[in-house]
Ligand binder design. Structure first.
Ligand code: SAM
Length: 218
């Protein structure tokens, strides 16, 4: 794939329209909308498909995986309530688009991907775009214990249950956002760590993600 980091008026205009569309769909956090308005999503596409980059759709990135739909990225980002300097674990790096949005929100991102081809591609592309996250290769369903605890954890693939091991890697007051369900549909779940032993769980809207595959997953 040939990548061209050119952000011209056509793409900037399409990005503005995407932000308006997300606002109309209910995304209210202005910081999240600003981040979507800033990150050039077409950088994650081959130039042939730049006309698809600002549609509110997921898009194939190879190896059976997708760059998430902008609405889903905005929705999960909003639920995380990122503060500047938050240490965030992202499970399922994929294209790295969500990673960039988290970094635009001021997070320090630790991101893990289990597919080698995608991992090798994204670790090359993202720093070149100006987003030097901390990249890890492996099964993120176990979290990354060596860098825990985290202020926030986001899972960008559909899980069969909330892995206990991830809850333990949250700081007190920390938030986990994870889609949970079967292979057809997942409910967006947020869990807040109230204390050493207590958690509060909320179930929100339904989405469809690719599966989270691993030890504490499918
Ligand atoms: N948010 C990403 C983006 O915008 O490009 C999309 C992520 S894609 C929907 C989900 C990713 O999770 C895939 O790249 C998949 O390989 C990865 N994945 C699935 N199970 C995983 C696991 N146990 N650990 C790490 N990554 C995993």
């Amino acid at each position: 794939m040939a990548y061209k980091f050119v952000d011209n008026y056509r793409e900037r205009g399409a990005r503005k329209k995407l932000v308006e569309h997300l606002k109309a769909r209910g995304i209210a956090d202005t910081r999240v909308l600003q981040a979507i308005g800033k990150v050039p999503r077409h950088f994650f596409f081959d130039e042939t498909f730049w006309n698809q980059a600002y549609k509110d759709i997921a898009f194939p990135i190879g190896d059976g995986q997708t760059i998430s739909q902008p609405y889903t990225v905005a929705y999960q980002s909003e639920l995380l309530h990122i503060s500047k300097g938050d240490k965030v674990l992202e499970i399922g790096t994929g294209s790295g688009y969500q990673t960039c949005i988290l970094m635009e929100l001021g997070a320090e991102v630790y991101t893990i991907e289990r597919q080698e081809g995608i991992y090798n591609h994204t670790i090359k592309v993202l720093p070149g775009m100006g987003y030097p996250a901390h990249f890890f290769f492996g099964d993120g369903s176990m979290g990354i214990a060596s860098h825990a605890p985290y202020h926030k954890i986001i899972v960008t693939a559909g899980a069969p249950f909330v892995p206990e091991v991830l809850l333990k890697q949250l700081k007190i007051g920390g938030i986990l956002v994870i889609p949970v369900g079967d292979e057809n549909a997942q409910v967006m779940v947020t869990v807040i760590r109230i204390s050493e032993t207590e958690y509060e769980k909320f179930e929100l809207d339904t989405f469809r993600f690719v599966p989270l595959v691993g030890d504490q997953a499918w």
